[in-house]
Design a protein around this ligand. Structure first.
Ligand SMILES: [Ca+2]
Length: 417
């Protein structure tokens, strides 16, 4: 990924590329879950793309893809302008840990997640026995990647990856994904019409990109297919467990925990480069936020993702394994925290500092609520100011003769009441 604190997720992509993610966790979407087909996500005529595909077919055949597979794959596939648009827009917003947690692990999301976790407890227990990755950690990945299967993606993977390969910004990477997708079809794991995913080719319940699928997906019950796409999440969840296991997950060890730092803690000791034993951190005054002694799971690092005045964490080796799924510390903290919450833990205990506009999450929620009430759709009121909120602020500012910045402020909030 091109930067580490991005709001994205695609299994394995973190180690493979810069910023190729599905954006499966859009912010500010609140409700509005009903699927609407964006016409830009339907194939549109494009002569340049057609010429690219014609040339690609030769390269694919040289890589062992049959004509029959290519014909079946590209029947109905085509250039998707909406995919290129999303690829360009990806880097506009940076998300803080608080944003991530608001999106991944709000009380509402946790309540939904506990229901989904409970319903699949037996399966997740079997996966835990086989791969050593705790049921609640696999469930958290599931929740974050596809909202427990609700957002598996319905875009043709052949169309999406061929569009991005043709587009060329990261053409080499996406040509590899396209080839891997064709191999999946040729292998018979899924039909051409069933090979769907998110806009950047991340597929199924746990949003594996095709190369990650090829390397790590498993057929848990041995029915002959590694099926991560269907309603039944068995293979997908087992594949996530297998992937974390093969990435070095240490059985019986925690990812980390929230801690309380002593006043005057040397912030220079924060960051994954500094590793100390739990005993050494304890000697420096670090305490478990929930009370009790610091657990010992090998050398650990202190993370303060929102600065010294925000929440603090002690993370162990398994935290780095979650990073293999998506190389963002905020992502991994979000998954770790959600996994704890699914298992019954409470919310983060530390307080979050105000944002650069001086607003706290309650202020941001109120701003979204007031804008919505005034007729400016922010796409929900989750306290995460994304594209929709920015557009709503702009529209409000325009309509009220204010300087059009698209940025929130205390003045704007006061004006909205
Ligand atoms: Ca299977």
């Amino acid at each position: 990924m091109q930067v580490t604190r991005r709001w994205v997720s695609v299994a394995g992509a973190a180690t493979l590329l810069s910023g190729c993610m599905n954006g499966g966790l859009p912010s500010g979407t609140g409700g509005g879950g009903a699927a609407r087909v964006d016409p830009k996500l339907l194939p549109q005529p494009n002569a340049g793309y057609d010429a690219w595909v014609a040339a690609f077919r030769g390269r694919a055949q040289a890589a062992g893809i049959s004509n029959g597979t290519l014909n079946a794959a590209f029947r109905g596939a085509g250039y998707l302008p909406g995919v290129v648009e999303r690829d360009r827009k990806q880097t506009e917003f940076t998300r803080t840990l608080q944003d991530y947690l608001a999106i991944m692990a709000s009380d509402e999301k946790v309540a939904t997640g506990r229901g989904k976790f409970g319903a699949r407890r037996a399966l997740l227990g079997e996966i835990e026995s086989r791969y050593g990755v705790p049921a609640n950690v696999v469930a958290a990945i599931w929740g974050v990647e596809s909202r427990y299967g609700a957002r598996r993606g319905d875009i043709s993977v052949i169309s999406a990856t061929s569009t991005l390969a043709y587009d060329g910004r990261r053409g080499g990477f996406f040509e590899k994904q396209l080839l891997a997708a064709l191999k999946i079809l040729q292998n018979g794991d899924v039909s051409a019409s069933g090979l769907t995913g998110s806009w950047a080719g991340a597929m199924g319940h746990t949003q594996f990109i095709p190369t990650t699928y090829q390397a790590y997906a498993v057929d848990f019950r041995g029915d002959g297919r590694r099926d991560i796409w269907s309603e039944d999440p068995t293979d997908a969840l087992a594949s996530a467990g297998a992937y974390l296991s093969r990435s070095g997950w240490q059985r019986g060890q925690k990812w980390g925990l929230e801690v309380r730092l002593p006043s005057g803690f040397n912030a220079g000791l924060a960051g994954r480069k500094v590793k100390k034993s739990a005993a050494d951190w304890a000697a420096l005054g670090v305490r478990a936020a929930g009370g009790g002694s610091l657990p010992s799971h090998g050398p650990g690092s202190i993370l303060i993702p929102m600065g010294a005045n925000g929440p603090a964490f002690l993370v162990f080796r398994n935290f780095s394994v979650i990073l293999r799924y998506n190389n963002s510390e905020n992502y991994a903290l979000g998954v770790g925290h959600l996994s704890d919450r699914l298992a019954g833990a409470g919310p983060i205990k530390g307080s979050f500092p105000p944002d650069r506009y001086g607003l706290r999450i309650a202020d941001r929620k109120r701003l979204q609520e007031r804008l919505t009430a005034a007729g400016y759709d922010t796409g929900g009121a989750d306290g995460v100011l994304g594209k929709k909120s920015e557009a709503a602020i702009r529209a409000y500012q325009q309509a009220n003769g204010l300087p059009v910045t698209g940025e929130p402020s205390k003045e704007l909030l006061a004006r909205l009441g």
